[in-house]
Design a binder for this molecule. Structure first.
Ligand code: XMP
Length: 516
């Protein structure tokens, strides 16, 4: 494993992903982890991330010198670089000269392990206030910028390396190469982390964890739960039962995809609960977005628990069904503190004859993976492309894409409009460029139009195509006009009661991606 020490910015996850792109397994540890604990993981290399602090601030994260003396190769980036410099006796000044954004870097040392084969002048991404003016003893200075005399250094003998810039971001043109040079040449690591390994490893781990007991998995139609279920199915076969709650708020064809294609690809035992009427009834008369979300969430849990209880009741004994499969991803694990170990969740139910509450142990086979890796695993497991490449879709589904009360007719109408938009986006080859494109029905708004010879008084449909890295921030996608025109023409022609299509040109913030 390669450890990425997180100094509290958003960079650590990106670094960990880049390391894995170099086919080397990586994990993130908080910078407060004692050095002895880091070394106990027997890392093949350690990378120190950037961070928002200045090495001079009181309370800024530090590192024990021991880390650099353990014989483990270390690569410091940005804050990690400055920390390495000061810890080992170099000089970092608060010069007041800030560098932010794309910066030319002058590579000056020909025998450099990190920069070999890259140009003498290259564009890198900088984000710092302090600057290193003297490298620690025994280090060769390998790069500078217009304002920073020491922008990279290395000590090949001790296998310690550092750069002031952020090689992990796309804007550092040779960043991935520099990172790979560190991993392969500096640290001597063989690149052999592949999704094939992940599958083998997880199948073995799941078999070991579950033994001869049974497991339940809720399928949402999304990528994560589908891949998690497929992995567990591969490991324990008929000991797994999947539950799919059809709440009637899915898009066109999605329920069928789960019912037919997913089952065909995996052979999983699937229990489909048709709860459409129940959800519609619970949502009747409700327009407030938060209230809708709460109702959908509540009903979902009730229906799912009921299904769980039925599965438990059908099993040999209550204790037999001991595991609940979840599609938790690595970013969720890191963001919630990153602790190892298995959490227990309680599932309350109310079926006579069974214990008051059942405890399930969680099976989370995707806990170590990033989203793109999950998609690769799904692909390798033979899941349908439509599921593996699916764009994010909110749990409450179309229920929060109808502004106003949710009714069956409105859902049908929105499903049609959404299907047209998706079809045209796919046909235009835009699926990978667009993060997601909510299609929203303004059910409480009407406007006047003219169609054929007559006046119409219909509803508008909003298109909300956004580009994003992680859904935390987003920008509206500058889509080709001809694609927008086709979508607009088709929706107004083919969907009854819709006489206007509008484009949402708001970034996030201030707008969220969904309208509710
Ligand atoms: P917002 O609207 O907050 O959405 O900008 C950010 C991302 O989250 C998705 N989203 C949800 N996903 N359950 C989910 O599983 C939800 O309740 C939910 N609400 C929003 C949204 O589609 C976008 O990708």
């Amino acid at each position: 494993v390669v450890l990425v020490v997180d100094f509290g910015a958003q960079y650590a996850q990106l670094i960990a992903r880049r390391v894995r792109e170099a086919r080397v397994y990586s994990e993130i540890v908080p910078s407060t982890t004692p050095v002895a604990e880091m070394l106990a993981k027997k890392p093949k290399a350690i990378i120190l991330s950037g961070g928002p602090s200045s090495v001079y601030e009181e309370g800024a994260p530090r590192l024990d010198r021991e880390l650099f003396e353990a014989g483990v190769p270390v690569f410091g980036m940005c804050y990690g670089f400055q920390l390495m410099a000061t810890t080992l006796g170099g000089t970092v000044d608060n010069t007041g000269a800030r560098e932010y954004g794309r910066t030319p870097l002058y590579v000056s040392h020909s025998g450099s392990t990190l920069f070999e084969g890259t140009p003498a002048e290259q564009s890198v991404w900088m984000s710092h206030g302090d600057a290193c003016s003297a490298a620690p003893e025994g280090f060769a200075v390998t790069a500078s910028t217009d304002v920073v005399p020491v922008a990279a250094f290395e000590n090949d003998e001790k296998r310690l390396y550092g750069v002031q810039h952020h090689p992990e971001v796309m804007h550092s043109t040779y960043g991935q190469q520099v990172l790979e040079h560190f991993l392969y040449r500096g640290a001597g690591i063989q690149p052999n982390w592949t999704t094939g390994n992940v599958i083998e490893e997880q199948v073995a781990a799941i078999r070991e964890q579950v033994g001869d007991k049974r497991a339940i998995c809720g399928l949402s139609g999304g990528v994560d739960s589908a891949v998690a279920a497929a992995l567990v199915q591969k490991a324990i076969g008929s000991q797994l039962t999947c539950v799919y709650v059809d709440h009637g708020l899915m898009r066109k064809g999605e329920t069928e995809q789960v019912e037919k294609d997913f089952v065909a690809a995996t052979g999983v035992q699937l229990k489909v609960v048709d709860a459409q009427d129940r959800f519609l009834k619970a949502l009747a008369g409700v327009s407030d977005p938060e209230e809708k979300r709460k109702i959908i969430g509540r009903e979902f849990i009730r229906v799912f628990e009921q299904a769980q209880a039925e599965i438990v009741a059908e099993a040999r004994s209550g204790e037999d069904v001991a595991f609940l499969v979840q599609g938790t991803l690595y970013p969720d694990v890191v963001e919630s503190g990153g602790g190892a170990g298995t959490a227990n969740i309680k599932s309350h139910h109310n079926v006579g004859g069974l214990p008051e509450d059942l405890e399930f142990e969680l099976v989370e086979p995707l806990r170590k993976l990033f989203k793109d890796e999950v998609r690769m695993v799904g692909q390798e497991l033979g899941l349908p492309e439509e599921i593996v490449q699916r764009q994010p879709f909110p749990g409450p589904g179309l229920g929060i894409r109808i502004v106003g009360e949710v009714t069956r007719d409105r859902l049908d109408l929105l499903r049609e409009a959404d299907a047209i938009a998706r079809e045209e986006l796919t046909a235009a080859g835009l699926d990978r460029d667009i993060w997601q494109c909510p299609v929203v029905l303004l059910a409480d708004v009407r406007s006047v139009g003219v169609q054929g010879d007559g006046r119409t008084y219909g509803h508008p449909i909003v298109l909300r195509p956004v580009s994003s890295e992680d859904a935390m921030t987003a920008d509206w996608t500058r889509m080709p006009y001809d694609v927008l025109a086709r979508i607009s023409t088709r929706i107004t022609n083919e969907v009854a009661d819709v006489n206007r299509v509008v484009l949402d040109v708001t970034s996030k913030p201030p707008g969220t991606i969904e309208w509710e």
